[in-house]
Design a binder for this molecule. Structure first.
Ligand code: SF4
Length: 295
């Protein structure tokens, strides 16, 4: 796949959103579009807001916010800024392959470190280890949580559902190295694919592996088939796991799996978590922690 990188100047870098169930209300994206091209990605539609085709250009027309660090510096320096937590990579992976070439994420990370601004980072790439120096320094001075997606230990399945993201071993290694460096790491245990990654053994194995690697939090989620995800995921199932297609069609009468199914999966995750001694994570009081550290 050939990828076109489009440099853009952003007017603002932080964007506000109001989702009470999330521990942050600001998001930031060094890139728009994502080369990882996961079939289940539901961020594709956001490319339409930028004037691009969500089906054909989301993963090969990548907008690179070349002035992001300068804009962020101004935003974090505003007198009214209360140093609320920011989710870096709220729409697109900040460590997708473009980052190797442009290093926009590293540049903005330096600004977040300078301002000791509480930060969440979500990724499916072990490229985050390149920034271990900044992250371990930041973890000493403010709240920082890195969330890495791991849904299966079966790399054959991973190759099909996340074809361009890091391997499972690379992600587990990233969890371990970050944890060893003092960074709090959580696992996005999502999307759990029905009949593929949802059996008890598979769930137990993932929970045990991430627990052994040092993860402190785990957020499970069952696959949704919202908007264009439906066609993409069902095409994937048809091509790669054709025997499961009738079961998927029966389960997904709507965009969401029924509650009796999802409840069963979340209970299995909870049982696995307890049997590994994986404690419930307590989200740090983000601003309090910072205040305490600065006294
Ligand atoms: S890594 Fe995230 S943003 Fe990128 S394609 Fe996959 S799900 Fe979408």
């Amino acid at each position: 796949m050939s990828v076109h990188y489009q440099p853009v100047e952003c007017k603002s870098f932080l964007h506000h959103f109001n989702k009470k169930f999330l521990p942050f209300s600001w998001g930031a994206n060094p890139y728009r579009g994502c080369e990882h091209s996961c079939p289940y990605c539901f961020a594709r539609y956001t490319h339409e807001y930028l004037g691009y085709n969500s089906d054909t250009e989301f993963d090969n027309m990548i907008l690179v916010k070349v002035n992001a660090a300068d804009v962020l510096e101004k935003e974090l320096s505003r007198p009214g800024w209360k140093r609320e937590a920011v989710n870096l990579g709220s729409v697109c992976d900040p460590y997708q392959p473009a980052e190797k070439k442009f290093e926009i994420t590293r540049q903005v990370l330096k600004v977040f470190v300078k301002h000791k601004n509480p930060l969440f980072i979500g990724t499916k790439s072990n490229m985050i280890l390149r920034d271990l120096d900044l992250l371990s320094d930041m973890a000493k001075h403010t709240a920082l949580i890195v969330y890495i997606t791991i849904t299966t230990l079966d790399d054959d399945i991973r190759c099909k559902i996340e074809p361009r993201a890091a391997t499972i071993d690379e992600r587990l290694d990233a969890v371990k190295q970050l944890s060893d460096a003092g960074v709090t790491v959580g696992i996005l245990f999502m999307p759990i694919f029905p009949y593929l990654t949802d059996d008890r053994d598979s769930i137990n194995d993932v929970v045990k592996a991430v627990s052994d690697a040092g993860a402190k939090d785990m957020v499970p989620g069952v696959l949704d088939l919202r908007a264009s995800c439906r066609n993409r995921v069902l095409s994937l199932i048809k091509e790669e796991f054709s025997e499961l297609l009738p079961k998927y069609l029966a389960l997904y009468k709507t965009a969401y799996a029924p509650k009796d199914y999802t409840g069963k999966i979340y209970r299995a995750v909870e049982i696995a978590r307890r049997s590994c001694g994986f404690k419930k994570f307590k989200m740090p009081a983000l601003t309090e922690k910072q205040t305490t550290l600065e006294v």
